[in-house]
Design a protein around this ligand. Sequence first.
Ligand code: PCD
Length: 806
Amino acid sequence: MNDTSPTRAEREARLEGMGCSRRRTEDARFIQGKGNYVDDLKLPGMLFGDFVRSPYAHARIKKIDVSKAAALPGVKAVLTANELKPVKLDWMPTLAGDVQAVLAGDKVLFQNQEVAFVIAEDRYIAADAVELVEVEYEDLPVVIDPFKAMDQNAPVLREDLKGKTEGAHGKRKHWNHIFNWEIGDQGATDAALNAAEVKIKELISYQRVHPSPLETCACVASMDKVRGELTVWGTFQAPHVVRTVAALLSGITEQKIHVIAPDIGGGFGNKVGVYPGYVCSIVGSIVLGVPIKWVEDRIENLTATAFARDYHMTTELAATKDGRITGLKVHVLADHGAFDACADPSKWPAGFFNIVTGSYDIPAAYVSVDGVYTNKAPGGVAYRCSFRVTEAAYCIERAIDVLAKKLKMDPAELRLKNLIRAEQFPYKSALGWEYDSGNYHVAMRKAMDAVGYSKLREEQRQKREAFKRGETRELMGIGVAFFTEIVGAGPTKNCDILGIGMFDSCEIRVHPTGAVIARLGTKSQGQGHETTYGQIIATELGIPADSINIEEGNTDTAPYGLGTYGSRSTPVSGAATAVAARKIKAKAQKIAAHLLEVAEGDLEWDIDGFRVKGLPERTKSMKEIAWAAYNNVPPGMEHGLEAVNYYDPPNMTFPFGAYICVCDVDADTGYTKIRRFYALDDCGTRINPMIIEGQVHGGLTEAFGIAMGQEIKYDETGNVVTGTFMDYFMPTAVETPVWETDFTVTPSPHHPIGAKGVGESPNVGGVPAFSNAVNDAFGHLDIGHIQMPHDGWRTWLAAKQAGLHK
Ligand code: PCD
């Protein structure tokens, strides 16, 4: 008789566990237009809210007259700061320890700041009513340039902070100063700089950009006055935190608040914080007793909800003549806009910027960051970035290239010379981090081989000759970047948000038939969590991923978690998932031993169940064990098969990568074509290679947008001049280059499955690779660091400055 039982390989494949490029389960609804986004929600009696916003960047509010708006048929209420004051909601706390005006009272501090909230029967009436609110302003002098924020004659922006010499992070030096944050050994770093054979000093700016998810921020707040319960649906990356904040602000007890994040169309950090729209919708619903919906439009999103970057980094490197880096000193001027609403772990005013020594073994380093207020929108979010790591990576990667130019050394060579060596891991950096694992030289060499690095340099040499001879007007640039990410905030010992430790969670229940539901404290915004968490459980428990449902985003059912940002889901909730599954497996082993009438220790795990050691035909599959968990457990054991884990990671994980970009710059138009882009990522154990590739494609496209054209720009009176996708560069498939992806695998030694995050990496490594490529195109010419974004205009100017225009 033929044996028809599946082979081990077939049993393994059936699970679609870790390492499998399993198709994304959530895509079935997304590609059919059957997703369920906040704006799809329609509730009986629901009203719509819309903001009156300030046309001025800095002005005193003399008078607000809402009478005409309130009289418009269909308008139900108009809220101003006066209505919010009695319930103490005219101001709200920010995640960074500052306060932010929910609705402007005495004055406005940035263009498009929220001034009044109109509630009407539909969004069109609300929009009409917004036009009818009359606000009398008296304009005030503005501070747009962060370098002028602390001038002696700079206007006082935050009158509410008058006389306060201390902020959330210590002493304030000036009325527009927020904090100073210092780390590292200043003495040793200065000594290294003084003794240096070669040094560089460069102002490296990372311009203000915006995460601009395609779905803007939105919520529906619904107060049930009979039950005294509030439900808020919203585009929340961290639903549990929103519930806790709502409880603390509203006084409604936490169990009576239900926060639900349905499908989200991209978050990118923009949907971590709490915005005035949420507060006003909740207040409106409490006052009127009906649901209120608020959905931002594109201009509001780009100009008023959290921006990213705006870091101005004066960077010094010390080195020997042969290219050994001996010291790094950075001063950052951080423009936080009108309120410090940065979304960082509480104790980290500049996030994890102290990862700025990057992938290099730099013996001495010192960083000092000054945050300042300006008349710009608040924010400073971790846009595809673990709390300022993108700024840090850009800073060190540009600085290395500037140093290479000065040393007349190849930038890849200079990197190879200074990269942390494999045997140095776990590596303690001069600025305090312990990098968990890495094999940087292998990754760098693999990248260089893959693109044929030395051939490219030879081609570039020949092109430069041809240019001199007048045979071409194109400049070829080769951009190298090697980055180290720091993701998985975080150990609760040093990371919290509003006092809540940054653990994360997973709860798994195995049903009698061996099907599973798992719920987590994180929240996918498109990353594919419904697919990948199922794969971890599939491998751990030997249950096919197709029999596993993953749920996130409902605070009533999901265990408490801190949410999805900072590429923390895999490092933290992914670990919680494995640990919870292992608890279940331990119980399953006891049940299997009972069923097989052997000692627990006589069993071994085999793909999808246990077998008796030495007797491979005596087995109990996980399916059989699940059934037994509900009717035949060992004496004294509780029924059921479920577990929960709240995981507090012992350390962050440190993914890394080597990226190489080749571009051709037209010296006459500044137009830059990205000819080639190669990205090697190492995120430890890979759960789903296809999803990782998608993550890298998405992140590189964002990095391309940032490096090559994006900037939230203000004119001298504080008007945002890039408030739409007509003037804010949003790359489409037309502009986007082709991506080549590759990988190495260096597992994290402290993570239960060895995985590190990956979602942010391409943004972190991509931006410096593009910028280094454009700068490298001018590498043989007498011209300093060229600032981003590298749009046609700036690049044309660079060519002009380099004397390439007759
Ligand atoms: N993975 C795998 N493996 C490994 C890792 C990872 O597979 N090793 C995968 C996972 O599972 C998922 C992803 O991948 O799915 C990702 O992951 P991660 O890295 O862990 O991350 P998560 O946490 O999840 O997420 C987050 C991120 C972020 S941060 C961002 S920005 C962005 C990214 O994610 N976002 C987004 N990506 C994305 N995608 C999409 N689609 N959408 C979105 O929104 Mo922040 O901080 O928030 O700014």
